[in-house]
Design a protein around this ligand. Sequence first.
Ligand code: FE2
Length: 397
Amino acid sequence: MATSIPEASIQQGPKDGGVGIALNADTTRLRAVDGSATLASEGPSHPEFLLPVFDLAEYLSGRADPGASHAQCRALAECLRATGCVVVRDPRTSEADSKRFLDMMERYFGQDVAAKMADVCPELHYQVGATPEGVEVPRCLADAECLAAMAGQPAASRATLPTGADAKWRFFWRLGPRPATTAYAELNADPVVPRGFPEWTEVMDGWGSKMLAAVETAAEMAARGFGLEPDAFTRRMRLGPHLLAPTGADLGVHGERGAVLAGWHYDLNFLSAHGKSRFPGLAVWLQDGRRLPVSIPNGCLLLQAGKQLEWLTSGHVRAGMHEVVCTDATCAAVTRARAEGRPLWRVSSTVFAHVASDEVLAPLGAFAGSPGAAEYPPTPAGLQVQRELEAIQLKAS
Ligand SMILES: [Fe+2]
C-alpha cells in the first residue's frame, strides 16, 4: 500500500541552479525555503541547497487546523525521505540552553587528559562516560563496500577518506528513564558524573531532554506523514537508551584543513539531533548522493535519520551519511576564536534518540509490504546496536 507514502517533490529551488525541497502549495504555511534560515552556507559542494525549516510551534500548540497539520507532517516525512534530514525550530529550546551546555562542555573537554580518563568505561563499550580520541574507528576503514562507494563518488561530493580513528573525544550521557528489566543491560548502565562539575546533571538533563522532546515531536509528525499510527515511532522509543553525546575535537591540535574529526558514517540509532556548533565542519549526504555542508540556523536543530528509522521504514528513509572535517570555514573560525581568546574545542551538541533495546525492529505498516522489506528482518534493537558497535570497534565482538 505504497499509496499512502508521499512521493518526492524535489524541485529547483529559489536560487538559480539550487535544488531545494519545494513544498506543495498546501504546505506554504511552513517556514519553507526561508533565506534567513538556510543550510549550506559554506563549502564548495552545493552552496545553494536549501532545506526547509519546520517550525513545531503550531503543531505543538494544536492551533493548526487538521488539514494544515497533516500537510506539515507529510512535508516533514517527505523531507526525511528525500534528504535524510529535517531542520526544526522548537519553541521549547532556547539559545541560552545551548550556550550553557556548550560552555560547560568546552570546559570539560579542555581539562587535561588524566582528568577525563577517570570518566572512561571501556568495559561498558564506552556507552556511558567519555570516549578518548583515537578509539572510534570510521566503519568505512574496514569495509571494502564502503570504501568502494567512496571511490565511486563524484569529486564534488566525495567523502574525505579517513586515515585512522576519529580525532574526537565524546561523552555519552543517558537521557530519560531506564527499563526495569532488559535483555541488554550493558546499554542501560548508570551515568558517569565528572568530578568538579556540580551543575553537570542539571545542564545535561536540561538541554538533552529538550533536544529529545524535539525529536519525539518530529517522530510523531513523521509517523503521521508516513500514514502510520501517530505513536508508531514514539511508543517504540519509550525507555530507549537515548544519549546526549557531545563530541569534543581540539582544533588547536587537529585544526588543519582536511583533518577528519569524524569519518564518513551513518548513525546506528533512530534519529540524531544536532544543535548548532561554534565551529563549522559537519557535512551530510542527501539521499541522491550529493554532499551538503551544513550550518544550522540559530535556534534550530538538524535531525538526521539513523539506521533504526531506515529499518522501520524498510529503506524508504535511508540512514544519512555524514562526516565532520576541518574545512576552510572551520579554519577561519579557529583563527577568529584564537584572536578572541575563546576555547578551540569544537563541541558538537548531539542527541542520539533510540528505539528501546527490547523492541523488535521490523518494517512498519505499509513498509512491511515494500519490495525491500526482506533486507530488514525482525531484529531486537539491542542486538542491532551491539552489531553496529562491533563494526565501529567500540565493543569487542
Ligand atoms: Fe554521526
